[in-house]
Design a protein around this ligand. Structure first.
Ligand code: HEC
Ligand code: HEC
Ligand code: HEC
Ligand code: HEC
Length: 496
């Protein structure tokens, strides 16, 4: 085994730290005195202590990353996934989906057959059937020219919706994308699901999987039909081998695949009571219920049903759109998108309301927020909440600029901006500049004045990972820069 140099260095620094400490300690001080702390005190402390600068929230926020069972419920999985797919999946998840989280449980083919028979027997409801235009159900080469053109229009509409919804932020496709790190790879999804299920899923994700981390987009019927058409037809959702096999001389994959239960064979075994009973037994022994909610096995490890009936306002949005799959509030949620804990002290809410309804590009080289199509009411309830509750405990100090900044201040700020080289990372509207940081062209519309000051004083305090250096600006430079930046508003930008 080789010790990595970094670890070695770390070990040495700890040793030095400890030796230095003991060396500096006055004689007679003993380390081993352990203080006894009252357990009740610890309880209360945990309950009431708020970390520095956090405000107490009026609602109990749910962390989508802490769901009870990480796998989807299996009760109606037979409506969702093709039998062949389920059979291959249980045999070896990673072979089917590159980023699968489910482990290979080492079941043999007879056991897999029994498990699928059981899963077939517990189906609770029929999948709602969507009325599709007949031509949409035909293979491409069976379409007349006229039908092809009509299909193509639906397909292209869906391609646009797919792009604006930024599905690939969460879902990799054949290994590419998926930066949020939560969605399954969709590179072979057409081998798994059918269009009716996909429509229903996108219409109401929570209906199938109440704890899902996927955002519930506000799609209308035509958006839904478009996305379904796009996903069911575009080659990126078809596995590569299947593509090649059509050419007939595609090389067969090296390792032979284990047996697969076909839909036809499933029809002959699905009613066999002994097999179903065996399947239940296998599921209990393989402990599938640790990760899945499964009808008939629930008692072994129930899902604690959170009551989400009465949710309203921002609470409801958080649950439905799953904002915290990407964002973080206090100690809950993900780290892909900006932390929202203090967003109400950062962003101007008139700007935020528009952004939530139609996200704009702010960070050109970085991530962008999907277009969820939030309604005006939804956006308002979100901004109202942010303004009232997602704020610093004490208001941030102001730079002392009220109303429009004086022209001298703006001019002085401009000078500092170019002297310090802020433009190497930031563009200023149409004026050009770097693209490492956001374009500051309309930053005065977007950010609150005290927040700009707070950010410039120490960028790492606002965001520990910030790449922007701390320039150690003087109070005068700070005030001038803040004046210069709050003057960057749309009204002026469009006049230039
Ligand atoms: C350690 C947790 C874990 C165990 C144990 C487990 N699974 Fe899974 N399973 C998952 C996860 C997570 C997924 C979601 C896909 C993925 O892996 O990313 C999944 C997906 C599935 C799917 C596809 C469901 C869908 O809606 O797409 C099926 C079917 C399935 N599992 C069956 C089983 C069976 C049968 C067992 C027991 C033999 C089992 N699982 C045991 C974690 C688990
Ligand atoms: C916020 C992240 C996120 C976004 C954005 C997102 N998804 Fe998902 N999606 C997920 C997760 C996570 C799952 C798996 C269910 C779970 O674990 O909660 C999923 C499941 C799915 C599934 C089922 C896949 C399977 O194998 O079971 C499909 C299909 C799907 N998403 C399509 C889409 C489409 C289309 C879009 C864009 C309109 C989209 N998703 C946007 C996170 C996301
Ligand atoms: C799929 C991931 C994802 C989801 C889900 C999501 N966002 Fe975002 N959000 C982002 C990204 C990425 C940005 C940064 C956009 C940019 O800078 O261009 C962002 C930016 C924001 C901002 C601006 C923050 C700032 O400091 O600049 C706010 C406010 C916001 N989102 C609120 C929400 C709310 C409210 C929800 C739920 C209704 C939500 N987001 C759901 C990814 C997401
Ligand atoms: C080395 C590159 C770099 C330099 C130099 C730099 N910045 Fe930044 N700045 C960034 C990045 C990157 C961000 C975005 C941080 C984030 O995504 O949260 C940023 C964020 C900002 C923001 C907040 C923007 C927003 O919309 O959230 C302001 C204001 C800002 N910088 C002003 C300045 C000023 C003024 C200077 C010069 C004194 C400067 N920056 C110098 C990289 C830089």
């Amino acid at each position: 085994m080789r010790l990595r140099p970094g670890i070695l260095l770390y070990a040495i620094s700890i040793v030095t730290m400890v030796t230095c400490l003991s060396w500096k300690l006055p004689a007679g001080v003993v380390f081993a005195q352990e203080r006894k702390i009252d357990a009740l005190f610890l309880e209360l402390d945990k309950k009431y202590r708020l970390p520095e600068q956090w405000s107490q929230l009026p609602i109990d926020i749910e962390d989508p990353y802490k769901r009870i069972k990480n796998g989807p419920p299996l009760t109606n999985v037979i409506n969702k996934a093709k039998v062949e797919w389920i059979s291959r999946w249980i045999a070896d998840p990673k072979r089917v989906v590159p980023n699968a989280k489910m482990p290979n449980l080492g079941l043999d083919f007879e056991e897999i057959k029994a498990v699928i028979a059981y899963l077939g027997s517990i189906k609770e409801n029929e999948l709602p059937q969507v009325a599709w235009d007949a031509y949409l159900l035909k293979k491409e080469d069976a379409l007349s020219e006229d039908e092809y053109n009509k299909m193509d229009k639906v397909f292209n509409g869906g391609k646009g919706v797919w792009g604006r919804a930024r599905c690939t932020i969460c879902h990799p496709i054949k290994g590419l994308g998926g930066n949020v790190g939560v969605g399954p790879d969709l590179g072979a999804i057409t081998t798994k699901i059918n269009r009716d299920w996909l429509y229903e899923w996108l219409r109401d994700t929570k209906g199938h999987f109440p704890d899902t981390m996927m955002a519930q987009f506000r799609f209308n019927d035509s958006d839904l039909r478009g996305v379904v058409e796009f996903v069911m037809r575009d080659t990126q959702f078809i596995p590569e081998e299947a593509d090649e096999e059509e050419g007939d001389n595609g090389a067969k994959s090296a390792a032979p695949e284990a047996s697969v239960l076909t839909a036809k064979e499933f029809e002959t075994i699905r009613k066999e009571a002994a097999l179903i009973e065996k399947g239940k037994d296998v599921i209990e022994r393989a402990r599938c219920f640790v990760c899945h909610d499964i009808k008939g096995i629930q008692e072994l490890m129930p899902v604690i049903n959170r009551n989400r009936q009465g949710l309203a306002g921002f609470d409801k949005l958080l649950y439905e759109v799953r904002c915290l799959t990407c964002h973080r509030i206090q100690d809950k949620g993900g780290s892909y998108a900006p932390n929202l804990t203090m967003v109400g002290s950062k962003i101007r809410m008139d700007w935020e309301r528009d952004f939530l309804q139609a996200p704009d590009i702010i960070r050109p080289l970085s991530q962008q927020m999907p277009k969820f199509n939030l309604t005006a009411d939804e956006a308002k309830s979100a901004t109202d909440f942010m303004e009232k509750s997602l704020i610093t405990k004490e208001p941030l100090p102001s730079a002392g600029i009220t109303g429009e900044p004086a022209p001298e201040v703006v001019a002085a700020g401009e000078k500092v901006f170019y002297e310090k080289g802020c433009n190497t990372c930031h563009a200023e509207g149409m004026k050009g500049g770097g693209v490492v940081g956001p374009n500051l062209g309309t930053v005065g519309d977007r950010l609150q004045q005290p927040y700009i000051l707070y950010h410039l004083k120490n960028p790492q305090q606002a965001n520990p990972q910030a790449v922007e250096p701390n320039f150690g600006l003087s109070d005068d430079e700070l005030k001038a820069l803040v004046g210069f930046l709050v003057d960057h508003v749309q009204k002026k930008a469009s006049k230039k």
